[in-house]
Design a binder for this molecule. Structure first.
Ligand SMILES: [Fe+2]
Ligand SMILES: [Fe+2]
Length: 199
């Protein structure tokens, strides 16, 4: 049982209320994933002495807030908020983070840019990533429900050196996308160039 008292600085409801909101938005499968991401993110915060655990908890809990939204909602949001029109060429995988942050801002009234950026960066990474960004990026990838072949190794790497975890995930995401011969979102390539490519 995780007990964190939210100060109302980042979010005007208690953690319990936020969980209720999320339970109504997400399938059970995704809701449980989100709880596991929070657990892993808090472990990483302890390991790397990130003291603002309220920010970690909120960012983890809301990171997939928009994951199950219909495409039309994203398309309208991109147009209404005059976001980069290139976003219209992508889909849910990219939208739920990059555009999802806008829903979190507008629906949940979370205005903290650190939290919003952690959501924006959680699938595509970024050339510059804060420790909070890295924690959410990695917690999403190595939460206890993940069971891809090398997950134990990535967990170990991530707890040893989180930057190496970021590099590992970014490389494997790029490899996966290349093998599937699908388009790669430019920011994912930018992330690769900074975190993986040898200089
Ligand atoms: Fe996600
Ligand atoms: Fe996720």
């Amino acid at each position: 049982m995780i007990e964190i008292n939210y100060t109302n600085h980042y979010f005007n409801l208690s953690r319990e209320k936020l969980l209720e909101v999320l339970k109504n938005k997400l399938s059970n499968f995704r809701f449980n994933h989100v709880l596991r991401v929070e657990k892993k993110a808090l472990e990483l915060a302890t390991r790397y002495q990130y003291e603002n655990i309220e920010q970690v908890s909120i960012a983890a809990l809301v990171h997939d807030y928009a994951k199950e939204f219909d495409d039309e909602l994203f398309i309208n949001k991109i147009k209404d908020k005059a976001l980069d029109p290139d976003l219209l060429n992508w889909g849910n995988m990219i939208w739920h983070g990059v555009v999802g942050a806008e829903f979190i801002h507008d629906d949940l009234k979370i205005t903290d840019e650190d939290i919003l950026n952690a959501v924006r960066h959680h699938t595509v990474g970024a050339t510059y990533m804060t420790l909070l960004d890295k924690i959410i990026y990695m917690a999403d990838y190595i939460e206890d429900g993940r069971d891809f072949p090398e997950v134990a190794k990535v967990r170990e790497i991530t707890f040893k050196n989180i930057d190496e975890g970021v590099a590992w995930q970014t490389l494997h995401t790029i490899e996966y996308l290349l093998n599937k011969k699908v388009p790669i979102y430019p920011q994912t390539i930018n992330t690769y160039n900074v975190w993986v490519a040898k200089k």
